[in-house]
Design a protein around this ligand. Sequence first.
Ligand SMILES: [Zn+2]
Length: 182
Amino acid sequence: MKPAIFLDRDGVVIENRPDYVLRWEDVEFFPEAVRALAQFAARPYQIIIVTNQSAVGRGIISLETAQAINQKLVSELQTKGCRIDGVFMCPHAPDDQCTCRKPRPGLLLQAAQALEVDLTNSIMIGDAWTDLQAGQAAGVGQLALVRTGRGKQQLGLPRPPEILEAKIYADLAAALGDLIAS
Ligand SMILES: [Zn+2]
């Protein structure tokens, strides 16, 4: 068992788009996030992306295209010296009542089973309270909200009561720098 750094995709690693990421041209990396991921690639954590892509369930993008975007994202990050050990995506629409759409913990539990993740010693980093709720429900030990993406707006909302402790950071680089022992 090895701990993981769970990362939300849109708003943490790449720019969040209100009208969804529908094609590769919509992917805009946060340069500071890429630098930080490269810097921490050798640390003893699995690095796992967990992402809601309801555009699939809404019929706006095909599952194949959404998966292809994730694959290209992983290979692009690899060429920049980063390591992504897994991508777990919820393709469902909110009305589907699935168990994997964050704030539910399904994606993290799938990852934990597939990759033997030590959840207690893992970290969830997201730009929305729903990311942290998913982490909390999965039993992830440390929860962090970043101000990139939807983060600033989310901080204007009350923290969901089930989230007992959350750290707040400017961005992914700041979060990793503080949470991962050097
Ligand atoms: Zn789902």
